[in-house]
Design a protein. Sequence first.
Length: 392
Amino acid sequence: MTALTAPALTIPTAGRLRLTAYAGQHVLLWVPTLVAFVVTVTGGALALVTIGLVLLVWSVPLLRWVADRHRATAARTLGVPVPADRLPVREGTRLIGRVVVWARDPMTWREIAWALVSLTLGFVLSLIAALLLVLVVTGALWWYGVEPIMRARARLDCLFLTYGRVERLEQRVVDLAESRAEVVDHSAAELRRLERDLHDGAQARLVALSMSLGMAEAAFDADPERARRLVGEARATTTAALGDLRNVVRGIHPPVLADRGVVGAVEALAADLPFEVDVKASLPGRPPAPLESALYFGIAECLANVGKHAEAAHAWVHLRHHEGVLSAVVGDDGRGGADPGAGTGMLGVMRRLTAFDGTVSVSSPVGGPTLVTLEVPCALSSPKTTPSSGPA
């Protein structure tokens, strides 16, 4: 696996004594690995009854804990990160829900298979590495052999405990297909919304305007006063229709976003809210216009949720660009307890950002504060240049 052979300066290669200590740790973890494996398999076989679920709720976290200890030692041995890449379990998920997520997670099955290999071949490798130092006659063998033995053990762990390059590419294809389908659905929904807004707003007012002008034209000779009154109503209708059109345009691409960028647009948005919003930004340039628009509407949705649900007196938006990632943290001092899956707003934000490989994470303990972090990988343009923008 290519990802496991590339050097990483941030994780130093362990020395021989440390590698031997890792081997000793593996030997000591043999018993909890055996217990976790046996109880997990038993719980899976009895999952249709209550006792099986209880066993899984206890054994799966133990299995994950043991696997993570081996991931850590494998990462230090090989000098590369060994991520778990598990499916997340939402806070507050009930017992059956957690078991379902674990069952759907491919990494759970990988860890079960790894436990079986770790209890046999893996244990033998670690035991040999540890005994080579203990036995006096094997000192030279330990000096030259502990490193290749422990590297072999680490690669064996990585084979099961992390995804390979091909698997990551396959998962990436699946994620892109899902995000593309979601974006297409979202775009179709947006077009329907715009059609409704135009039909119920500006179009209805323009029809009323045409009728008022027609009646005024017919009344000019017979009743000039009534004609003047109808023209006045038509003028008011024109103003209202222009307001509706401006609202529709803002829903597509706010003019302030095109003129002042995402920072200026968020500052303008914050100024119109009924609660205090602190906006801080550290952006040396501007992101591409489509991404900038997606991030702005994501922040706008988060602030709208603050006003609707959080009962907050103060909110904040912090924008920064660091190591190729544009991030926005939207927080508030409200009552907390936000559930990103409970409504369609945050799901829409996630769909918008997924199209740009972005992520959304929510931390909202009961009592607050609520923090929503939007992250999108991107490069910024020079401050002196303006990216292509939407309608002004």
